[in-house]
Design a protein around this ligand. Structure first.
Ligand SMILES: [Zn+2]
Length: 132
């Protein structure tokens, strides 16, 4: 993997930048044709709505990184219902209220509800489609 470092003004530190691999077989609608730039240090330090390095909404950088599967140090995951898979699965937490399903590549907006016995449930609804 081709990794570079660059200074991020939001995190006030050097971050690792990588290019996603170009797909070997073109023509798949779900994969980008050109490499995408991702920040490997995306995470809880990133505050604010936008990633200043790429001018992307923060959640987009998270989804891009999750989709690239370049993240090596693990994601916080939640167990929740994915409408894309139509089953309960482990979702990568992209930020406080968005999670990404690595199986079907759906981004889900979720909320964690803590029950009175201390258990919690995750409720979500997918974004990126026309349903309300
Ligand atoms: Zn899914």
């Amino acid at each position: 993997m081709d990794t570079h470092t660059a200074y991020c003004s939001a995190c006030d530190q050097q971050v690792r930048i990588a290019l996603t691999p170009v797909p070997l077989h073109g023509g798949q609608a779900t994969l980008p044709d050109a490499p995408e730039v991702v920040c490997l240090d995306f995470g809880e330090r990133c505050t604010g709505k936008f990633c200043p390095m790429f001018g992307l909404p923060r959640v987009m950088m998270g989804v891009r990184l999750a989709r690239s599967e370049l993240r090596t140090d693990g994601w916080t995951t939640v167990r929740g219902y994915c409408e894309g898979c139509e089953k309960v699965t482990e979702l990568d937490v992209v930020n406080g209220n968005h999670a990404f399903c690595p199986t079907c590549q759906t981004t889900t907006q979720f909320a964690v509800l803590t029950l009175d016995d201390g258990k919690y449930v995750v409720v979500g609804n997918t974004t990126g489609d026309a349903r309300p």
